[in-house]
Design a protein around this ligand. Structure first.
Ligand SMILES: *Cc1c(COP(=O)(O)O)cnc(C)c1O
Length: 359
């Protein structure tokens, strides 16, 4: 699905030098490399604060802790997403309230949010799925009307722009992941939180560091979640290429669109007008998904289903959701499949893939 080796080899010298210099420095935890990367990412995003952490899941958890959400509080999430988004909600004793998504852009369905808001609702967590931002304008309007926090899950959308703002910098807190296959991937685990709010930034730093306000003084229960210096050094190199990576992905997506348009049975991904698309995934929809996947498998062409099961049907989330049936989520789980999508895809590779797909 990705070509991490090809991507690495193009910038091997820079990455190797950056990694070796951290090893020489022996400053593996915190230190200047982490600080410098946080500052550069903040400048790139146009946000006041970037706080590194251990991974994207931790980022979401720390965000909810920083907003002081309490057991029993309800948090609105799309039902069609990666498990992490809802998992941390449940882990903190909060209640994930699942909402359906749009069939065309896979993002949370705005006109079904309001009917799920109760006096216990405290936050909305839009997930900018597959690299395209949810309708943030409407989400912010609802959040303001009902006095809710907005935590953006920008794990798949880093670098994309909504209107004139970067993904993850629009709500109260943005969260992202640097998992190797994400658009800005490190070589292990990593994550970050973004905010323009000074108080929240301080709280996030404190929580990510054992709730510590100064050494051996702990004012709240926190966690231990750090972006390590080796990963920060790698990310610092790769951040320079993030816009080029997005361009390569968009070019590849346009090529797929062009090659696939001839087929009536397959729906190609829609582009929204308020958001650009950084194509974390290139996701098709078809009633005949199984037949297409079989074709791809004949030639060992990678493909994947993100996501095959609605969150509320997962064993872990069944309780309380027994009667939930969200038609678009159900439909997407049965019809979506994703093609290889990465920064190194060539025209020839894509022609080969699509020829086999439509053969
Ligand atoms: C990858 C991902 C996460 C979790 O990130 P990790 O770094 O793997 O913990 C959360 N939400 C979404 C939408 C993701 O794609």
């Amino acid at each position: 699905m990705v070509d991490l080796k090809g991507q690495y080899h193009k910038i091997k010298k820079e990455i190797d030098d950056a990694v070796l210099s951290v090893i020489e420095s022996t400053q593996f935890i915190k230190g200047p490399v982490v600080k410098s990367f946080e500052e550069k990412l903040a400048a790139y995003l146009g946000v006041k604060h970037v706080i590194g952490c251990g991974n994207g899941t931790d980022a979401l958890q720390i965000a909810m802790m920083a907003l002081e959400l309490k057991p029993g509080d309800e948090v609105i999430v799309p039902a069609f997403t990666y498990v992490a988004t809802a998992e941390v909600i449940a882990l903190l004793g909060l209640v994930p309230i699942m909402v359906d998504v749009n069939l065309d852009d896979f993002n949370i369905k705005i006109d079904e949010i309001e009917e799920k808001i109760t006096n216990k609702t405290k936050a909305i967590v839009p997930v900018h799925l597959f690299g395209q931002n949810a309708d943030m304008e409407s989400i912010l309007r609802l959040a303001e009307k009902h006095n809710l926090y907005v935590i953006e899950d920008a794990a798949q959308s880093l670098g994309s722009t909504y209107q004139n703002k970067k993904s993850g910098t629009i709500g109260d807190i943005g969260c992202t992941s640097f998992f190797p296959t994400k658009n800005l991937g490190c070589m292990g685990d990593g994550g970050a939180l973004f905010t323009n709010n000074d108080d929240l930034a301080a709280k996030i730093r404190m929580i990510a560091s054992h709730g510590q306000i100064k050494k051996y003084h702990h004012s709240v229960i926190g966690v231990n979640s750090r972006l390590d210096a080796l990963q920060a050094a790698i990310l610092d190199v790769k951040l320079k290429y993030l816009d080029d990576y997005a361009t390569a992905r968009r070019t590849a997506a346009d090529r797929y669109d062009h090659l696939i348009t001839t087929s009536e049975n397959i729906k190609t991904p829609k582009r929204n007008k308020n958001s650009d698309h950084v194509f974390h995934q290139y996701t098709l929809q078809s009633d005949q998904r199984e037949a297409y996947i079989k074709k791809l498998k004949e030639k060992n062409i990678p493909n994947n289903i993100y996501y095959p099961i609605p969150l509320y049907r997962q064993e872990a989330f069944k309780r309380g959701n027994e009667d939930l049936y969200l038609p678009n989520t159900e439909q997407l789980c049965k019809t979506v499949f994703s093609l290889p999508m990465h920064t190194e895809l060539t025209n020839d590779q894509q022609e080969f893939i699509v020829n086999q797909l439509l053969s």
